[in-house]
Design a protein around this ligand. Sequence first.
Ligand SMILES: Cc1cc2nc3c(=O)[nH]c(=O)nc-3n(C[C@H](O)[C@H](O)[C@H](O)COP(=O)(O)OP(=O)(O)OC[C@H]3O[C@@H](n4cnc5c(N)ncnc54)[C@H](O)[C@@H]3O)c2cc1C
Length: 467
Amino acid sequence: MTPNKITTIAIIGAGFSGVATALHLLKFELIKPIKVMLIDTIESFGKGLAYVTEDDNLVLNVPIGNMSLFSDQPNDFLDFCQKIDASLNSGSFVFRRIYGEYLQARLQQAKTDYPQNFIKLKDFVTGISQSNNCFILDLKSGSQVQADKVVMAFGHFQSKPLAEILPKNAINPAIDNNILLDSSWDICALDRLRTDQNVLILGAGHTAIDTLFRLVSKGVQRKIYLVSRHGYMPNGHRKAGEFIKLPILTKEIEIKVKEELKINPTIRTLFSTLRQLTKNHMAQQGNWRDVITSLRQITPEIWRGLSVKERRRFLTHIVHLWDVLRHRIAPVAMRRLDLLIASGKVEVIAGRIKQLNPDGNSINAVISLRRTNQNQEVKIGSVINCTGPNYDINRVINPLVRQLTELRILQQDELKLGFKVDEQYRCSHIQHLYYIGPMLKASHWEAIAVPELRTHALNLANILVES
Ligand SMILES: Cc1cc2nc3c(=O)[nH]c(=O)nc-3n(C[C@H](O)[C@H](O)[C@H](O)COP(=O)(O)OP(=O)(O)OC[C@H]3O[C@@H](n4cnc5c(N)ncnc54)[C@H](O)[C@@H]3O)c2cc1C
């Protein structure tokens, strides 16, 4: 940056990634003259997709102690929470709504602290071009804004529609499209479903559990089927006590895993090493979760060290297991899920939907069961797609992403996990155009949750002020 010249940095998207980048950048304001323009179209500016919810059925899946916006101020979220309830500690899990309030509170504070340097712009960016060494952003409102640097933080993309996920011809054309919900993110559509009919949720990850809790909270008698290929459900976090930091075990595991992978960088080596480490740890009364947690910091390094062939092997054979071990839910959510399954209100089915046929006012779903290959038929009122966000950019409908993909500024990685992004967070040769967000998964694998994204936000802020 040239000293004294004010550099305008536009951030497209005010979800967690955009907000964290903006707040880190503003901290540099005393050293470098900058103006940060945070642009998003949503009403609840600053909350993004994950924390916009006001539904207290939904609890964070990471304990308070790991959810600070700033990795260099690890107690920031804890302090915020303790002002609400002094008995909360770093191991507690709070409502997702509270996290949305936290993000907005920190944004508000930034507006007060840096009134000249921080602009919130409510609009939608439809295109990016360059003119005279600066970027021109076209806005849906019809106007344009200029910036010296641009950060793309446009977040998650909706999953593929059911018609593309299910086998060809699985959906009988006579079925009313309104009862096939392509996205569980549309809460209003969920609430409009008939409460006296059973529901089939496709998927069994976090999105499915969120949807399930929303549906059962409506206090109705319907039964909910959770259908996924393997029928695995997420595990819960450890039940009680402070959130445990594991520096010694982590170091030990890091060293061992890296040593083994140096000799043989394969998925087989990685998982046989992990199996052995878990066995040893549990033999000393340890918890298997500690081993998985210990791997988190070095996951990007491990991922980059694997060939595309090995990564593909992981995605084909291991990922369904990895997801349920790694992506755990809060103990209260786990307890609730266990009780729902035990009560029979929720049935978990391992299988694939073969056919959806109309049956009066309902749908008859034919599911091919994984273990027996036989069919199970269930009568339902609707199907909800909870297969999680889409990482295949060719399926994204966001007009800005479409434009940038056509210009090859955004490029898909080989495994369709996200964007190709270099170590400086650049997607292309274009100077001063950066990306941050869940599509970093392609190069880091572990990149979609707060503990990772906040570190990326800090790194990116450093790059932005230094370049
Ligand atoms: C339901 C859910 C629950 C989660 N729970 C947890 C949790 O408990 N703990 C945890 O650590 N992680 C959790 N995560 C993961 C994590 O926090 C998210 O991945 C993170 O919120 C990503 O933020 P983001 O800003 O990159 O994307 P998003 O939150 O998707 O925000 C992107 C924003 O960009 C805006 N936008 C898009 N295109 C444009 C455009 N062209 N112009 C202007 N604005 C645009 C959108 O309106 C949106 O507000 C959760 C994720 C989800 C989806």
